[in-house]
Design a protein around this ligand. Sequence first.
Ligand code: SF4
Length: 361
Amino acid sequence: MGDRLNDIAFAAVLLNDNVYFRLSLSVGEKGQPPSDTGILLPPEKCLPVLAALADVYLAYSHHTTSKRRPRLRELLNTLGCENYLQEVEQHLPFSLLYTEIRKDLTPQPPSLVGKGEKYQHIGIHPQRQQGLFYIGVVLPLGRLESRQMRGLADLAAKYGSGTLRLTPWQNLLLTDIPQQWVADVQSEIALLELDSSANNIKGGLVACSGKKGCAASATDTKSHALALAEYLKTRVTLDYPVNIHFTGCEKSCAQHSKSDITLLGVTIEAENRTVEGYHVYVGDSNQKFGRELYQYVTFAELPALIGRMLYVYKIQRLNSNESFGEFANRFALEQLQQLFNIIPQSIANKKIPNFLEKSAI
Ligand code: SF4
């Protein structure tokens, strides 16, 4: 929930062996995760409630005089959450009963996923159900060929429960695989030219459609991300997932949550020509993408810079569970720049030392 900045969210909880959904709504400041309303809904009531929430929103947003329709968050801030929900209730044939539930039945909010844990679904993992496993498959930047999709669907039907799950980080899970078939499924995944190894750099690599698919993009994000992965493949071995997010503009379509490293596409004027490049952000801050570590790094300089950053992270982190973002948060920007000890050419106009000889890493 913490990094899913939706206007309306239903989060599953188990209560007395029954599944319910907690309703959360976006209120308050922009960029905050949705707030728990205290309302618990059985699954069959979620759709009618969603429709009623939308009806009330439409009724109010139609009357606006401004050119832009307000977001649900803005409407909730104006009307107040309680008033809004009372109106929603009038559109429903049942009561929302949230005050009673809030007083006695509400279980603890679902725990937030720990940093880094969210990418650790790649590879083989035991399920809660005895004897069953799920396998997280890396989809390079969320792209699959149709023969691979059909192959995965066949594997799900033959060995699992016939379902495939998608993750917000552009990867895929094959679930409910009995233990005795896990090795076979892994081999068949490899035959589809897909990878399920947990240390694959592409497991945490996310990119929006970029210049090839979006007029707003300053850079060819997907090609750059793949080129970066190719560069890093033989130079840095990761044992902990690092989430690197390429975005062609500030809208950040591919990943709304913070990442360990965010690369925001920009164009750079250099020597009478325009080249593609990135601003580099790391870790957490009040800014949308984290703290800005470097500006206007040309794409030609980027792979060596990221390689150096990952290398320094690996040797300087507190322990093997410290994520790149947590590592970066421990240092001031100047300290990080000193640690990475590489100043992009576009800033310093200097020759970049070749830190990334394969043997050095
Ligand atoms: S983030 Fe920007 S550039 Fe990328 S797909 Fe969205 S609108 Fe286009």
